[in-house]
Design a protein around this ligand. Structure first.
Ligand code: FPP
Length: 248
């Protein structure tokens, strides 16, 4: 299918990929099968985003709260992420995709961290879409780490408290240098942000779609972008066109 004419394509789309477990339950399959199918949906989402001109795609792959899931599910999710990077990195690199990983990288397992760093390093100079993988990510944790680093600067005399501005806070977040998401989308019908990009989503459009993540395909993505295009973004003012990129 060719790309329909899309107006007001968001610069940055962030997705909470929810519903893998329910997708599997509905079919009498183990939850891990839902995650496996979810990886295929990840590939399709990256392709579609690149095709339509989205510049940044952030995917919530594993939250800092997901460690409370059963051990076998955690181990399967880790395995899938590792396999995704091992198998898809060369292909993503060829597609000129740049990979960034956000989330707390301290104390990550020794079989995961080097892979994530390698993915970032290999694709550092690519100029196509940026795929931001949120791994071991929680927005409150991200903000606490940013505040701590500012507090150290104040304590050591490099900064005055009154120099702490929203811009300086943003520059200490994991997303430094990445424009705020224009659109935050969550699949599976749940309507929550679940500790995802709480600072960055201050003016994002929110879209909740009923599809479970493994069913979220190219058509679902295009339909979501069409809905986004009809939104009028005001950024706290009276009226601004939806084409205005956040951060500009
Ligand atoms: C939510 O579904 C999904 C997750 C916790 C993990 C998402 C991970 C993937 C799609 C695979 C790995 C990611 C990459 C980037 C390769 P859920 O388990 O909470 O579903 P439920 O709410 O129906 O139980």
């Amino acid at each position: 299918m060719s790309i329909p004419p899309l107006s007001n394509v968001p610069t940055h789309v962030a997705i909470i990929m929810d519903g893998n477990g329910r997708w599997a339950n509905k079919r009498g399959l183990p939850r891990t099968m839902g995650h496996r199918k979810g990886v295929e949906a990840v590939r399709e989402a990256v392709r579609t985003a690149g095709e339509v001109g989205v510049r940044y795609l952030t995917l919530f792959a594993f939250s800092s709260e997901n460690w409370t899931r059963p051990e076998d599910e955690i181990s399967d999710l880790m395995g899938l992420l590792k396999a995704f990077i091992r198998r898809d990195l060369a292909d993503l690199h060829r597609q000129n995709v740049r990979i960034r990983v956000i989330g707390d990288k301290t104390n990550l397992r020794s079989d995961i961290l080097p892979l994530l760093l390698e993915a970032e390093e290999t694709t550092r100079n690519n100029s196509g879409i940026t795929l931001v993988i949120a791994f071991n990510y929680g927005a409150r944790d991200e903000m606490a780490r940013a505040m701590r680093s500012l507090a150290v600067d104040v304590k050591e005399g490099r900064m005055l408290p009154e120099q702490i501005t929203p811009e300086r806070i943003a520059s200490r977040l994991d997303t430094a240098g990445i424009p705020d998401p224009d659109l935050v989308l969550r699949t599976s019908g749940e309507e929550r942000l679940s500790n995802f990009l709480l600072w960055q989503a201050a003016y994002s459009e929110l879209l909740f779609v009923p599809e479970l993540w493994p069913d979220f395909n190219r058509d679902s993505f295009l339909a979501a972008l069409e809905r986004y295009a009809t939104r009028e973004r005001r950024f706290g003012g009276l009226s601004k066109p939806a084409t205005l990129a956040v951060g500009s």
